[in-house]
Ligand binder design. Structure first.
Ligand code: 2M8
Length: 461
């Protein structure tokens, strides 16, 4: 009976039926009326890039919710085009999440002003998600295909405005890449990739007396950022908030401005997805412009973030002009870009296969396994995350590494099946860590089971 729920593209095995159905249950539990929460206790609001990964999975089981989630998020888009990294749910008390809406104190915008949001962004995964959801809608019948068309038309100008904000106002370094102004904007929040730049951010621990951390009430302190890091996170928001989240002159007055290879690879991939969307909506000239922008961002990533000495991409501290020495999974993600030159593809593959990240029966880690500060439990400093492995798999498919892509897919599916839909996983034992019923792990498991092949905008497209 369980098998009956599987789409025809999913292999009918006991494991895939169990994983499929457990993923569907997680997504049902975490649905909050007009959006999905990443997890009920730790993250009780709507997160930006989570919504995109979640929509990709929901497309198989409930496309109406996939579109609803994306629409809810974009209803909170700011007039300057930024899509906030959290949209708050007024049904959740201020005390249940820090930093909540009162702390962010953003100007009230649009129809969803009552919900409040943060003033920072996350990686723009949404065009990629919208295109994926659209492509899968037809499988659910004519009414869903029609709905998909309407939603895509509604989203397209908003997705373009999001890209325009990121490639315009956020080109803080003037080199053609988007700069992030807070580690939370990367989505890889506590990554060692930010350590060098964060060392220059004042850590005022007294801020943690004024503002109490809430994450430690619901998770293990050994997994979470330290108080020093948290004090810096809070201080950076206060600095951005002080000028009402304005980006002008930010480089001169803000202590953290960084160009992240993963964020910018997603930015370029979003342009490629927009090219597909524009083509579908009958806007060929715009499709060409999106492809050109993707090419320009790819060139800028190579020019500004490549370190020939390490043979991989690294985050750039825009304030000092230096590349971080840390080897992080974000440095592998430019593999997503179809126009990445062959020598860089080869070098990334060497790094991905090396002992630092090497794919074993487990997916790749968030940080260099051989680094002295590799931490098996602290989040983004070692553990395995499904979303970045999903992106890496996409890169492997884009460049034709089908065997590695299949190994990685199998490793992810087994890991989640054995351990559950956790937020992240121990990089040696595979034990589940963080939130136990985590939406994007569940959603991407559905996508991995459905095992679609090369993205439409891969090299030949
Ligand atoms: C984590 O980030 C939040 C802050 O935004 C936190 O640590 O409290 C990150 O893993 C981020 O990528 C993710 O979007 C968010 C919700 O799942 O959690």
């Amino acid at each position: 009976m369980l098998d009956d729920l599987l789409p025809i593209t999913v292999a009918k095995t006991e494991m895939s039926a169990e994983l499929w159905n457990s993923a569907v249950r997680v997504l049902d539990t975490n649905w909050a009326g007009d959006h999905m929460v990443p997890s009920r206790r730790l993250y009780p609001h709507q997160w930006s890039w989570d919504a995109a990964f979640i929509a990709i999975g929901l497309a198989y089981v409930n496309p109406t919710r996939a579109w609803r989630d994306l629409r809810s998020l974009f209803e909170a888009q700011w007039p300057d085009g930024r899509v906030p990294h959290i949209v708050f749910d007024p049904a959740t008390a201020e005390a249940d999440y820090f930093p909540g809406p009162a702390f962010w104190d953003v100007p009230a915008y649009g129809a969803r002003a009552a919900r409040g949001s943060t003033g920072i962004v996350q990686p723009p995964m949404h065009a990629i998600a919208a295109w994926d959801v659209y492509r899968h809608a037809a499988a659910h019948g004519a009414a869903c295909a029609q709905q998909a068309r309407t939603e895509l038309e509604w989203l397209y100008p908003r997705l373009v405005a999001q890209q325009t904000y990121l490639t315009g106002r956020r080109d803080l370094g003037g080199g053609g890449l988007a700069g992030i102004v807070h580690p939370w904007e990367s989505g890889l929040d506590n990554s060692p990739g930010w350590d060098a730049a964060m060392a220059n951010v004042p850590a005022d621990l007294t801020l943690l007396h004024t503002y109490r951390r809430r994450d430690l009430d619901v998770s293990d302190a050994a997994h979470r950022p330290t108080d020093v890091d948290y004090a810096r996170y809070v201080g950076l928001v206060l600095s951005y908030r002080a000028e009402r989240y304005s980006d002008s002159g930010l480089l001169d007055r803000h202590a953290f401005v960084v160009e992240c290879p993963a964020f910018n690879s997603i930015l370029a991939s979003a342009e490629l997805a927009l090219a597909q969307i524009a083509g579908e909506l009958g806007r060929p000239a715009e499709a060409v412009a999106h492809r050109d922008r993707a090419e320009r961002i790819t060139t800028a990533i190579v020019r500004r973030l490549w370190n020939p000495a390490t043979g991989m991409f690294h985050a750039r501290d825009v304030r000092t002009g230096t590349l971080t020495p840390a080897h992080c999974v974000s440095g592998l993600l430019p593999l997503m870009l179809p126009d990445l030159p062959a020598e860089h593809v080869e070098a990334i593959m060497t790094e991905a296969r090396s002992a630092r990240f090497g794919l074993t029966e487990l997916p790749v880690t968030s940080y260099d396994r051989t680094a002295p500060d590799f931490d098996t439990r602290r989040y983004w400093r070692g553990p395995i995350w499904i979303n970045v492995n999903w992106l890496l798999r996409r890169g492997l498919l884009v460049h034709g590494f089908r065997d590695e892509a299949e190994d990685l897919r199998t490793a992810m599916v087994r890991l989640v099946h054995r351990n559950g839909h956790f937020e992240y996983f121990h990089p040696v034992t595979g034990e589940g860590l963080g939130a136990p019923t985590f939406s994007w792990t569940a959603a991407l498991s559905l996508d991995l089971l459905a095992d679609r092949s090369v993205p439409a905008y891969a090299r030949a497209a």
